[in-house]
Write a protein that binds this ligand. Sequence first.
Ligand code: CUA
Length: 343
Amino acid sequence: MRRGSVVQLVAIGAVFGAGAAAVALLIPWLPHGASEQAGRIDFVFWFVTAISIAIFALVAAVIIYSVFHFRAQPGEDEDGPPIHGHTGLEIVWTAIPAALVTAISIVSAVVLAKNEHIPHASAATDPLKPLVVDVTAQQFAWSFKYPAFGDLTSATLKLPVDVTAKLRITSLDVNHSFWVPEFGQKLDAVPGSVNDLPVTPDREGVFPVICTELCGLGHALMRSRAEVMPRDRFVAWAKGQKQKLAGPPSKSGKGVFSANGCASCHTFKAAGATAKVGPDLDKLPQEAQKAGKPLEQFIRESIVNPNAYVEPGFPKGLMPATFASLPKPQLDALVAFLAGSKK
Ligand code: CUA
């Protein structure tokens, strides 16, 4: 092979490699990761991408070079010289891809094993090793319970930075799927089974929690937030909330409304809620009239026993019956808030 040919091949390869690298690097294809697991997934992604760019540059260089150098001259119509394989070349183009595919398999297997690893629980001594969070999906809201902090429950996922959390994900009704793009992983929420997802956030911030399995009318609105905060602040929050639970329960109906995810299905002006999955709660007085019941009694029944009266146009069983378990003071506050008699 002439030296000039090698220089040409390398030059063409460099141009195509640089072009592909620019497309890979200059466009933000992936969200900026916020967990150790996402960091490892990014590593696999870039490892495979780098190999792909190198192969693309090589193939492009050979094709472009061949198109110009080996094209038929005008008037040339005989067959090319007969070639019966080239053992050396065949060994090379079998061995290199085999080595690359093996390398990708090993890197992927190591990352999978690391990403699925959950440190052994030592909850008796330290509730943050790992921090267990029960994640429950339900049409159309998420709830997060912290068994190590007196079953403290929150409508947003709060996590301490640099601590491995073991999310125990399940569903009360249909299949949902838990996804925080910045954490890099998704896991299905399946009724009747608990799926464990380890997450070790390595960056503070607020990230979206998204349901990524079509689960019904309110699927698109089934969102929450994941807040990653310093360890101290998390512990202070958890302890503070625990004390609040032990003390007199929240008397704010608006607080109960937002803590229970009512806003993901209903419209209610006083709470700034605009969802349209369930009935418009600003029209409760008219509905109570239609049902022929006093307003407060109608609201209470609709929460505790949602199928007793279903507004025309909405399917039976859409509203979860689980709110019947709200503690009485919270239920009272919520009824008063919805009836418009108290903020
Ligand atoms: Cu829950 Cu989609």
